[in-house]
Structures are given as structure tokens and as C-alpha cells.
Design a protein around this ligand. Sequence first.
Ligand SMILES: [Zn+2]
Ligand SMILES: [Zn+2]
Length: 309
Amino acid sequence: MRNWTPVAIVLNVLAVSCTNSGTAPLDGGSSADASSSTNADAAQEGGFTATLVDVHAHIWPLNKEDNDKYIDDLAAVARTERVRIVLGLHASQPPHRPPTYSTDHDTWTLEAVSKYPDVYIPSLNGFDPADSASVEYVRTQLATGKWKVLGELDLRNKPKQTTTPANHANMMQMYPLAAQYKVPVLIHWESCYPSDCTAGEAELNDALTKNPSTTFIFAHTCPIDQMKAHPNLHCEHEVQATPLPSDGFDRVMVGTDIQQTSLQVGYGPGKSRHYRDTIAEIRAELAKLSPEDAERVAIGNARLLKIVE
Ligand SMILES: [Zn+2]
Ligand SMILES: [Zn+2]
């Protein structure tokens, strides 16, 4: 029997982190230690050696000016914390507005990468997976060779009220494109939304089985049982959502899902932490693993998937 409890837990985190923009309390617990100052010096010189990849972060889609400042602020923290960040659209959602996709937002992502090529890694997702015109857009964009990841794609997503099946006809055309261009696909998937969990699981299994050459990354949590059944399924673990899995470290990566201009990461109802503190928490968690597994999860697996060099 598959254990989907972690997914249920993460949904509570998502429902809050995605809807309380800018209102979460600042806990102010930054950790300016000696190593941070050394890293800050390195960042000042315009380069740093990343030791961790955050495979899940978003732009701020509501206002370009606010987004530009956020991109600057986040890059500064990433450099001092030695993190590279996979950046893509945060398709806005209620109560701000319905999920809103714009190819302009992919342009914003590329601008951020152009300004901070040492920090940001571009992820393509300024399109609605449910729109048939998106297939051609994805084909054209991937052919440019600029994109390292496809996603986060909102398929079945409760906070955003999207219900696109994982094996939707559009998706079944995009997955082979992703395989062709060797770009992993980061999916937001809630099997039980809007209704039938069994049917939802079957949809994802169908997509995984029929696209064995496509690398899928399950966002927010690690469905280890399903990963065991599908060698092309990887996952993004989030420290604020679920405990670190106990095995499968050759296919586990880490992410934060940061999406607030305040640099706060959502931890569930009324809770958030500064990005810097979340990164420290991730590193503390990885320190409990063997050095080999910790390195894989922090950056090695992202290297194998060609997300970073
Ligand atoms: Zn998500
Ligand atoms: Zn996200």
C-alpha cells in the first residue's frame, strides 16, 4: 500500500505558504556566523562555489519592480550561503487571482539568470499545461537550449485549483520533448485532488510508465514507494514539509519553494522562516546522512541530471 501521508502534510504547508504573501511573521533568526562572512567575501569578488542546489524556487509574478528587488535580495543570500537556485514562475492563485500564466514571466526568469548566472538556473513554466498551444511553446523554447528544468508544472494542485491529469494529452507530448532535450520535469502532483486518489495515482503511473526516458521530479516531498516502482521518478524534499526519507538518496534533491518577496519560506499555518535559516536547516538535516549521501542530495544528483555543471 502506498503511503501518501507526506503529501497530505505538505498540502497544509502549501495552502498557507501560497496564500499569506507578505503577512507571515518574521522570525529574524538569521545565522551570521564566521563561515557566512567568508562566503560573503567570496561573493563580493563575484564568484562562489556552490555546495547545495535549491531545485524549487519562484519568481514574484505580480509586479516587475518587486520581482527585480526580490531577485537581487535572493541572489545576495544565495551567494553567501553557497546555493544555486532553480528559478521559475509562480503562477499566481487565489486570493491574488486565478492561476495566471504568462510567457513574459519566462523572460523575467531569463533576465534573472542573465544578471546572476552564478546563482540562478532557468526553469521553463510560463505556460498553462492544460492549454494545447503550450506544447508548441515548450518545443520552441526547449530547442533554444536555454532551459535546464521544465516546471514546476501545476497539474493536480489544490491551492491553485488546477486539475490537469499527469497523463493529459498535452503532457504526453511534452514529456518526450523533455527527454529529447534532457531536461527534467518538476511536477506538482496531488493524486487525491480533486477527488479519486486511486485514479490520480493511476494517471501518474501511466505517465511514468509510458515515458521511461523522461526524468520526473516530484515536487515538495518524496513518494518513496512510487519511486521504487519507477526508476525515472526523482523527488524534491522540503525540510518544512516532511522528514527526510530514509533511503533512495540517489534520486532525492532539496528545495525550498520560496516565493515571497520578503525571502520568507512558508512552514505551514502562520509559520515561516527566512531563506537563510531554511538553508541552514537543510544543511543540518543533511549532516545526519553519510557524507556521500549528503553530497548527492545537496548537489550531486542535480549534477547527474545536468541541472548544474
Ligand atoms: Zn507546488
Ligand atoms: Zn512551487
